[in-house]
Design a protein around this ligand. Structure first.
Ligand code: GTP
Ligand code: MG
Length: 217
């Protein structure tokens, strides 16, 4: 798998994400998903890692996805469609590993996350967000395992890069890459982003354009 991002990918990514992105559907359960349409890209990760903030930063919209200082903000699968000729849909997911939630809630979110990630044929890629200050944790490995088993391609994104010194972030990227060698469905490259500064957004948008190209959309 190559990871070549060209200036053309960057420019087309900029255009796609400058278009009209809008909420289309919220699903509290696997039985109530929207009809399949455009290729889907989902954002998964621990509670509070910055999934919803990343969707806002990508689309340049402050409040498209709801964010919060307190973990457990996103409790459903939330679908956003882009411009009609763009062929891409974004899926914001509830976070996992949120210790303060009730056991019943944790169980139902876990089921929802895992069943969506395993059984959606239009799901083209999952971005698994990892806090750039902390790196991969045990709770993340369950998700990676599910994705490996289901052969859903995924890429790791280290978030909150603005909170980490450059050298430390570079070391974390290398450590994460090394850990990914054991995971067959993982993209070998690791992205770093900051929703606060916008760092990494052009590259992440471009990666999605490359994905659309690969899938012939
Ligand atoms: N410094 C910094 N803070 C961030 C960044 N991205 C998100 N945050 C903060 O992290 C907190 C959680 O952000 P959310 O986007 O709501 O996180 P989430 O992963 O969607 O959380 P859940 O929906 O609860 O799973 C908020 O206080 C954000 O402002 C970032 O790039 N840099
Ligand atoms: Mg959220």
């Amino acid at each position: 798998m190559t990871d070549t991002i060209t200036p053309d990918h960057i420019e087309r990514g900029r255009k796609l994400f400058a278009g009209d992105w809008h909420f289309i559907w919220a699903s509290p359960s696997i039985e109530t998903l929207p009809p399949m349409g455009a290729l889907e890209v989902a954002f998964a990760g621990r509670s509070n890692v910055g999934k919803s903030s990343l969707i806002n930063a990508l689309t340049g919209r402050n409040a498209l996805a709801r964010t919060s200082h307190t973990p457990g903000r996103t409790q459903e699968l939330i679908f956003f469609d882009g411009p009609s000729d763009g062929g891409l849909r974004l899926v914001d997911m509830p976070g996992y590993g949120y210790a303060a939630a009730s056991k019943t809630k944790v169980a139902s979110w876990t089921t929802l996350i895992h069943s969506f990630l395993q059984g959606r044929s239009t799901l083209a890629r999952v971005y698994v967000l990892i806090d750039g200050r902390h790196g991969l944790k045990d709770v993340d490995l369950d998700i990676l395992k599910t994705l490996d088993k289901a052969a859903v391609s995924y890429q790791i994104v280290l978030t909150k890069a603005d909170q980490v010194k450059a050298a430390e972030l570079a070391a974390r990227v290398e450590a994460t890459k090394a850990a990914l060698l054991k995971h067959p469905a993982a993209f070998p490259e690791v992205l770093t982003t900051s929703s606060r500064s916008g760092a990494g957004m052009p590259e992440l948008r471009a990666a999605m354009i490359r994905l659309l190209d690969e899938r012939g959309r």
